[in-house]
Write a protein that binds this ligand. Structure first.
Ligand code: NAD
Ligand code: ZN
Length: 382
């Protein structure tokens, strides 16, 4: 289907629709309306699954919004653009992102922030900003969007501010994983923790996000990368990511921060927490060396969690920071992360542990629910 022949028209295509919380997705023929002002319609070629999709699909902790099309890690090609879109054109290779960059607000204009006022992640909104409506329907029934991306569909409509234009030579079946989790962990290290060459870095949680943080430590030239996880099964995979030491808090009677202090002559130079556990967040802070240590929190805590530490820990010149999407601005910064992969500085293949065809998408959910592997690539054309 050529891009010019479908511009301005409704496209009928396959999408995996979540009709109910926790129930397998159903392959449906959906209608995808043309993009409106400041929107683009994308042909998705590859998508993958991340915990956030599973979390909102299970809908245990939030108001359920169904029927909905999930998916937010993906790679695709621009099919057509709406009014006012000047920096994208049909044929451009892109990564859609769950959080955006309007380039106009205070955050977008600040060098320090990537938390755009207009397009920051909104998990409750199931419609497009322009008219408050969905671009997806089945026989006239609207199907809700998810975090502005909804990539479990052969075609989707996304705000232009949530689309990063990347090098067309980059293989989309690999770089699609940079849409969310991998960039988050990588950026937490490279943009926020910023370890010096030769330093010691602790990574709490060895899932995809934590291993991407470890990859950032490897790229930074850390001499020691200590992986901490409650699940010893994670340690084998982590060896491929340059993790040099492993600590399972369950193997020790004392707090893991004390174990780390003993292993490192007083504390690590940097730590990155990628678990979502409040205990790990406190340990990740208290395990950094006084005088210079920096801890970075990445994991999303539970609603009622509270961070408790003695203020002396901070007075003794330890720093605690947090990051959202690894501090990357999606449109301005993601293209350069793709270039890091292209010039072989960053390895992505080791994150991709499974691949399925679009019709087998429910298998990708099973892998993730079982904690099997890191990323499953879903091929839309198969
Ligand atoms: P994951 O579940 O694959 O990995 C988490 C790992 O942490 C698991 O291996 C688990 O065994 C381990 N763990 C749990 N509690 C622990 C503890 N107390 N001590 C040591 N290890 C512990 O998850 P993931 O996909 O890698 O994501 C990690 C976190 O990052 C999640 O909380 C996710 O919500 C969050 N996240 C944040 C952002 C952001 O922008 N800040 C973006 C994406 C994901
Ligand atoms: Zn903005």
């Amino acid at each position: 289907m050529s891009s010019s022949s479908t511009a301005g028209q409704v496209i009928r295509c396959k999408a995996a629709v979540a009709w109910e919380a926790g129930k397998p997705l159903v392959m449906e023929e959906v209608e995808v309306a043309p993009p409106q002002a400041m929107e683009v319609r994308l042909k998705i070629l590859f998508t993958s699954l991340c915990h956030t999709d599973v979390y909102f699909w299970e809908a245990k902790g939030q108001t359920p919004l169904f029927p909905r099309i999930f998916g937010h890690e993906a790679g695709g090609i621009v099919e057509s653009v709406g009014e006012g879109v000047t920096d994208l054109k049909p044929g451009d290779h892109v990564l859609p992102v769950f959080t955006g960059e309007c380039k106009e607000c205070r955050h977008c204009k600040s060098e320090e922030s990537n938390m755009c006022d207009l397009l920051r992640i909104n998990t409750d909104r199931g419609v497009m900003l322009n008219d408050g409506k969905s671009r997806f329907s089945i026989n006239g029934q609207p199907i809700y969007h998810f975090v502005g991306t909804s990539t479990f569909s052969e075609y989707t409509v996304v705000h232009v501010g949530c689309v990063a234009k990347i090098n067309p030579a980059a293989p989309l079946d690999k770089v699609c994983v940079l849409s969310c989790g991998i960039s988050t962990g990588l950026g937490a290290t490279l943009n926020v923790a910023k370890p010096k060459k030769g330093s010691t870095v602790a990574v709490f949680g060895l899932g995809a996000v934590g291993l991407a943080a470890a990859e950032g430590a490897r790229i930074s030239g850390a001499s020691r990368i200590i992986g901490i996880d409650l699940n010893a099964k994670r340690f084998d995979e982590a060896k491929k990511f340059g993790v040099t030491d492993f600590v399972n808090p369950k193997d020790h009677d004392k707090p893991v921060q004390e174990v780390l202090a003993e292993m490192t002559n007083g504390g690590v130079d940097r730590s990155i927490e990628c678990t979502g556990s409040i205990n790990a967040m406190i340990s990740a802070f208290e395990c950094v060396h006084d005088g210079w240590g920096v801890a970075v929190l990445v994991g999303v805590p539970n609603k009622d969690d509270a961070f408790k530490t003695h203020p002396m820990n901070i007075l003794n010149e330890r720093t605690i920071k947090g990051t959202f999407f690894g501090n990357y601005k999606p449109r301005s910064d993601l293209p350069s992360v793709v270039e890091k992969y292209m010039n072989k500085e960053l390895e992505l293949e080791k994150f991709i542990t499974h691949e399925v065809s679009f019709s087998e998408i429910n298998k990708a959910f099973e892998y993730m629910l079982r904690g099997d592997g890191l990323r499953c690539i879903i091929r839309m054309d198969a």
